[in-house]
Write a protein of this length. Structure first.
Length: 144
C-alpha cells in the first residue's frame, strides 16, 4: 500500500511539469470592438461573464497552476474560444459572424451562459435578468 501511495505522489509531482499554454494575449487588432460600438454596460458583462472563456484575456485563478486542473481549464477555455472569441472577431468571415450572432442571441434568450460549472467558482460572473436583456438587446443590434 505504501508503494502505491508513493507512486501516486510521484506521479502527481511529475505531472506538474506538463503545462498547458496560457491564454493571455493583449493584442486588440482583431477585437470585436474594432467593428462594433460596445456600450460600457455590455463591455462590463463581457469582461465579468464571458471573457475568461471567450477571449484571449483569460484571468486565471490560483488553482489553474495545478495539474490536472490546469489541463481541464485549458481544454475548457480552448473549447469556448472555438465557439466564440471576442478577441479574434475581425478574423471571422461574414458567415461565421452571422452564425455566432445567431448563437449569441439563442444563448442569451435561454440563459445558457455562463455555464453552471463556471459559476460554481465564479459567482461574480452570474448574470441578472436585466444583464441578459441588455446583452441580448445589444446582440440584436449586431444583426442590422
Amino acid at each position: 500500500m505504501k508503494k502505491v501511495l508513493v507512486s501516486i505522489l510521484v506521479l502527481l509531482v511529475l505531472i506538474q511539469f506538463i503545462r498547458p499554454e496560457k491564454n493571455n494575449l493583449e493584442d486588440l487588432k482583431n477585437d470585436i470592438s474594432n467593428e462594433f460600438k460596445i456600450p460600457n454596460e455590455v463591455q462590463e458583462i463581457i469582461k465579468t461573464s464571458c471573457a475568461d472563456c471567450h477571449s484571449n484575456t483569460t484571468k486565471y485563478p490560483w488553482y489553474s497552476e495545478i495539474a490536472p486542473v490546469s489541463w481541464y481549464l485549458a481544454l475548457h477555455v480552448n473549447d469556448g474560444k472555438e465557439h466564440l472569441n471576442f478577441s479574434e472577431w475581425m478574423a471571422y468571415n461574414k458567415h461565421q459572424k452571422e452564425h455566432i450572432i445567431s448563437d449569441l442571441e439563442e444563448v442569451m434568450e435561454s440563459h445558457k451562459m455562463p455555464l453552471g460549472s463556471y459559476l460554481l467558482l465564479h459567482e461574480d460572473a452570474k448574470m441578472t435578468n436585466e444583464q441578459y436583456i441588455v446583452f441580448l438587446d445589444w446582440v440584436k443590434t449586431l444583426k442590422k
